[in-house]
Design a protein around this ligand. Structure first.
Ligand code: C2E
Ligand code: CA
Ligand code: CA
Ligand code: CA
Length: 278
C-alpha cells in the first residue's frame, strides 16, 4: 500500500495511453464493422450426449477486421456492451442465425435448433422481445427452434424487468438457457421461478472433470439438480472421449465441444453435418 502514492494511479502511464488509444481505435473500427460486412457467424454442433445425435448448433460471432485479423468475441463483446453497439450487433446476429437455420433446413432436410448468445444490455433493450419475434417470423422459424443463451451474470441482478422479459419469451415458445452455469455465484432460487429450459455447464468445470474430484462432483451435482427441476443440461467444452463418457454416465443430456467440432464457418459446419450423419 505504501508504494501506491497518489501519483502512481493518477499519472497517465505510457501503457494506459497505449491501451486507451488501442481501445479508441478498436471502437471506431467496431462502429463500421457491420456496414463493412466484417462480422461472421461460426457454428458449433450440439449433440445428444447418449448417442451423439445432432440436435442443433450454437452461433458464435467472429469479427474479421483487415487491420486486426480475426478478433475473438471475448475481445470485442465487452466493448460492444459498454458502447451500446451490442444492440445493432446483436440484432445482426439473431437475423443471421435465423437465416442460416432456414438454409440448413433446405440443405439437410432437418429441423436443427439454433442457439444464440444474448448479452445483458441487449436483453434489457426495450425492443428486444419484438426483435426476436420479428427475426423468427421473417425467416419462418418456429420459436421452439430458437434457444436464447443468457448468462448467469444477467440473472444475478434480477429485476422485475428481467422476469417479465423471460416470461414473454417463454410464452412465445422460445427456449431459454442459463449460460456459464456455475460461474455467477448466484443464488439458485431463480431456477424455480424463471422459465428456463436448459442449464449450460461452463467449460471451466468440464475441463478438469477427469482429474479434479471437486469438478467431477460439481458436474454431477449440477446434472442431478437440473433434472430434479425438469431442466435439461448441456455440457460445453467437451474435448475428449473420457469427458464425454463421464458425462454420459452422469446422464448429461447434451454435449458440445472440440471433441465433436470446433466452431466453424457455415460451409464447414454443413460439411461436418453431412459427414457426421453417414
Ligand atoms: P460462450 O457462450 O460460453 O461460448 C463458448 C466458448 O467456448 C466459445 O468461445 C467456443 O468457441 C469455446 N469452446 C467451444 N468448445 C470448446 C472446447 O471444447 N474447449 C474450449 N476450450 N473452448 C471451447 P468463443 O467463440 O471465443 O466465444 C466466447 C464468448 O463470447 C462466448 O462464450 C459468448 O459469451 C460470447 N459470444 C460469442 N458470440 C456471441 C454473440 O453472438 N453475442 C454475444 N452477446 N456474445 C457472444
Ligand atoms: Ca453460449
Ligand atoms: Ca420454456
Ligand atoms: Ca461458457
Amino acid at each position: 500500500a505504501k508504494a501506491q502514492g497518489k501519483s502512481s494511479y493518477r499519472r497517465f502511464s505510457p501503457e494506459m495511453k497505449e491501451l486507451s488509444l488501442e481501445r479508441l481505435q478498436m471502437e471506431s473500427r467496431l462502429r463500421r464493422a457491420l456496414e463493412l460486412n466484417e462480422m461472421e457467424l461460426y457454428y458449433q454442433p450440439i449433440l445428444q450426449a447418449a448417442d451423439s445425435h445432432l440436435i442443433g448448433a450454437e452461433a458464435l460471432i467472429r469479427w474479421n477486421n483487415p487491420a486486426m485479423g480475426l478478433v475473438s468475441p471475448d475481445r470485442f463483446i465487452p466493448l460492444a456492451e459498454e458502447t451500446g453497439m451490442i444492440i445493432p450487433i446483436g440484432r445482426w446476429v439473431l437475423n443471421a442465425a435465423c437465416q442460416a437455420n432456414k438454409r440448413w433446413e433446405e440443405a439437410t432436410g432437418q429441423c436443427l435448433s439454433i442457439a444464440v448468445n444474448v448479452s445483458p444490455r441487449q436483453f434489457r433493450d426495450p425492443g428486444f422481445v419484438e426483435m426476436v419475434q420479428q427475426a423468427l417470423s421473417e425467416n419462418g422459424i418456429p420459436a421452439k427452434r430458437l434457444e436464447l443463451e443468457i448468462t448467469e451474470r444477467l440473472i444475478l441482478d434480477n429485476t422485475i424487468e428481467t422476469a417479465q422479459i423471460l416470461k414473454r419469451l417463454d410464452e412465445m415458445g422460445v427456449r431459454l438457457s442459463v449460460d456459464d452455469f456455475g460461474t455467477g455465484f448466484s443464488a439458485l432460487g431463480y431456477l424455480k421461478s424463471y422459465p428456463f429450459d436448459t442449464l449450460k455447464i461452463d467449460k471451466s468445470f468440464v475441463r478438469d472433470v477427469m482429474t479434479e474430484q471437486e469438478d467431477a462432483a460439481l458436474v454431477k451435482a449440477i446434472i442431478n439438480m437440473a433434472h430434479s427441476l425438469s431442466l435439461e443440461v448441456i455440457a460445453e467444452g467437451v474435448e475428449d472421449s473420457d469427458q464425454l463418457q463421464f458425462l454420459r454416465e452422469q446422464g448429461c443430456d447434451f454435449a458440445q465441444g472440440y471433441f465433436y467440432s470446433r466452431p466453424a464457418p457455415e460451409a464447414d459446419f454443413l460439411l461436418w453435418v453431412a459427414g457426421h450423419q453417414q
